[in-house]
Design a protein around this ligand. Structure first.
Ligand code: EPZ
Length: 420
C-alpha cells in the first residue's frame, strides 16, 4: 500500500508554480467532444483524473494524445459510441459531463447512474432537468441513464441550486442546440468562465458566464483550436494553508488572486501577511494564528473545496473557530483523522467547532477523499514527529507533483510502498 510520509514542523519557504486547474481542464477536455476536429490543450496537469477522463473519451472512440511539454490533443472527428461506462463513472463523477456534448453531437448518451461518494449523494437531477427542457427524453435501464434527443432545442432553464456540473453540462449541450438557451441561477465559478471561453474560442456564442444568467446561442458546428485553462485556485489555496501552518514564507507563481479572494481574506483575518507581487502571490506568517469562523458557499463565497484544508489550519489558531459546510452533506470525514493527531474538533450536523491551538502529533491517518487528503498533508506539515498518510490515490487525483513541490520548499516528505 502506498503511503506519503511527512516529518512535520519544517518551515516552508521558497517559490512554487501552481498547475492548471483540475476543475477547469476536466470540463474543457470533455467540451472538445463538441468539436468535429482536433483541439490542443496546453499545460495539462499530471493528474489521475485527467487520465480517467481521457479513458472515458477513448471508450467513445475519441483519440486523446499526450504530446511533449504537457500538451494534450483531443481528436473528436469521430464519436463511435455514446456510453460512459460504470467503472469510469464510479471512479470519477465528472464523467457525467460527457452527456451534454454527446447529446449535442449525436443526440444520444448512455451514462451509468453516478452513485454518491464520500462527501455526499451528489445527484444529477439538475443536469437532467436542463436536458429535458431542451427536448431530451430521459429513461432508466438497468442502472444506466439513457438520454435521447432527435434535435436539441434552446430552452430557459432555472437551476434550483447553482450546480457547477449542471451549469457546465447544459452549456455544452446548448452550444450546438437549435436556438438560444438561458440558464438562470447558474454557477459563477471561474471554471465556468474558462469553459465558456474555450467553447467561444472554437466558434461558440456564450455570454454571461461567471454571472447568474448565462446565454448560449446554438451554432451549427465548432472548429478545432488550442487553449490553456486557468491556474488551480484550490491547489494554490492548499499551499497557502501549508505555508501558514508552518509559519512559512512562500511565493506562488501562476495564480489569479481574484479567484482566491475569500481564501485570502480568511488568511488575513487569521493574521497572515499576503501581498500580490511581480513574482507572484506572497504569504508570510510570523504571528500566532487567530481563530475565525467560515461558511462554505457557491462562488464567490468561501469554496467548499478549501474547507478541509482550513479545518486542519484552524487546529493551530488561538480560540474557537466555527466551520459550516453548506454545499455537501458529508464533508467532515477529515475531522476524525485530525482528531487522531490531537485536534480538538466537535461536529454538530453541518457545523464543526475547532478549538485551538492544539499541538498535533504525527500518526497513521487515512485520506477519505481528495481534499480530506490535502487536509491531512497540511496537518502533518504542522505536526510534531512523523505522519503516515494512506489512500494517497485520492490525493493524486487532484494535486500535480505534490511531493516534489512540497519538498522543493523544505518539507520532509516522501512516498513509500509498503508490502502490506
Ligand atoms: C464541482 O462538483 C467540483 N468538481 C467539486 O470539486 C466542487 O466541490 C463542486 O463543484 C462545488 O464547487 C469538478 O468540477 C470536477 P455541484 P459538482 O454540482 O459539479 C448538489 C474537488 O474536490 N446537486 O456544484 O459535482 C450536490 O449534491 C471536487 O475538486 C444536486 O442536488 O458540484 C451538491 O450538494 C469535489 N443536483 C451541490 O449541489 C444536481 O443535479 C453542489 O454540487 C447537481 C448538484
Amino acid at each position: 500500500m502506498e503511503k506519503i510520509i511527512i516529518k512535520g514542523e519544517k518551515r516552508l519557504s521558497g517559490k512554487i508554480t501552481v498547475s492548471s486547474a483540475k476543475n477547469a481542464v476536466l470540463p474543457v477536455i470533455v467540451a472538445a467532444l463538441l468539436v468535429e476536429g482536433k483541439c490542443r490543450i496546453h499545460e495539462v496537469p499530471l493528474l489521475a483524473d485527467v487520465e480517467t477522463i481521457c479513458d472515458v473519451l477513448k471508450e467513445l472512440g475519441v483519440q486523446t494524445t499526450f504530446l511533449p511539454n504537457h500538451e494534450l490533443e483531443v481528436d473528436a472527428t469521430m464519436i463511435v459510441r455514446c456510453e460512459a461506462m460504470d467503472e469510469f463513472v464510479r471512479k470519477m463523477r465528472a464523467s457525467v459531463l460527457v452527456m451534454g456534448p454527446l447529446l449535442a453531437r449525436i443526440g444520444r448518451a448512455k451514462i451509468s447512474m453516478p452513485g454518491g461518494c464520500a462527501i455526499g449523494a451528489r445527484p444529477i437531477d439538475l443536469h437532467l432537468k436542463g436536458f429535458e427542457a431542451m427536448g431530451v427524453r430521459i429513461s432508466m435501464d438497468r442502472g444506466y441513464i439513457i438520454a435521447e434527443a432527435p434535435q436539441l432545442h434552446g430552452a430557459k432553464v432555472y437551476l434550483d441550486y447553482p450546480s457547477v456540473g449542471a451549469t457546465e453540462n447544459i452549456i455544452m449541450a446548448a452550444a450546438l442546440a437549435d436556438g438560444a438557451t438561458v440558464i438562470e441561477n447558474a454557477a459563477e465559478e471561474p471554471e465556468i468562465v474558462d469553459l465558456a471561453n474555450f467553447i467561444n474560442n472554437m466558434g461558440g456564442r456564450i455570454r454571461g458566464a461567471g454571472t447568474k444568467v448565462v446565454k448560449i446561442e446554438g451554432v451549427k458546428s465548432l472548429a478545432g483550436g488550442s487553449y490553456q485553462v486557468i491556474p488551480d485556485r484550490i491547489e494554490a489555496g492548499s499551499y497557502l494553508a501549508a505555508a501558514a501552518i508552518t509559519k512559512g514564507d512562500l511565493v506562488l507563481e501562476n495564480v489569479i488572486t481574484d479567484h482566491l479572494k475569500p481564501v485570502i481574506a480568511k488568511l488575513k483575518q487569521m493574521g497572515c501577511f499576503l501581498e500580490d507581487t511581480e513574482a507572484g502571490l506572497h504569504i508570510a506568517v510570523d504571528e500566532p494564528l487567530k481563530a475565525v469562523d467560515l461558511k462554505t458557499m457557491p462562488y464567490p463565497g468561501f469554496p467548499t473545496d478549501m474547507q478541509a484544508q482550513f479545518m486542519a489550519l484552524l487546529t493551530q489558531a488561538g480560540g474557537t473557530s466555527v466551520v459550516t459546510e453548506t454545499v455537501f452533506e458529508n464533508r467532515f470525514m477529515h475531522a476524525e483523522e485530525l482528531r487522531r493527531m490531537g485536534a480538538d474538533i466537535r461536529i454538530n450536523g453541518l457545523t464543526a467547532i475547532v478549538e485551538g491551538p492544539n499541538k498535533l502529533t504525527g500518526a497513521l491517518v487515512k485520506a477519505s477523499d481528495l481534499r480530506a487528503g490535502a487536509a491531512l498533508i497540511i496537518a502533518a506539515l504542522g505536526a510534531e514527529g512523523e505522519t503516515e498518510i494512506i489512500n494517497t490515490h485520492f490525493i493524486d487525483r487532484g494535486y500535480d507533483q505534490l511531493v516534489e513541490k512540497l519538498r522543493s520548499i523544505g518539507a520532509h516528505i516522501k512516498r513509500s510502498h509498503d508490502a502490506g
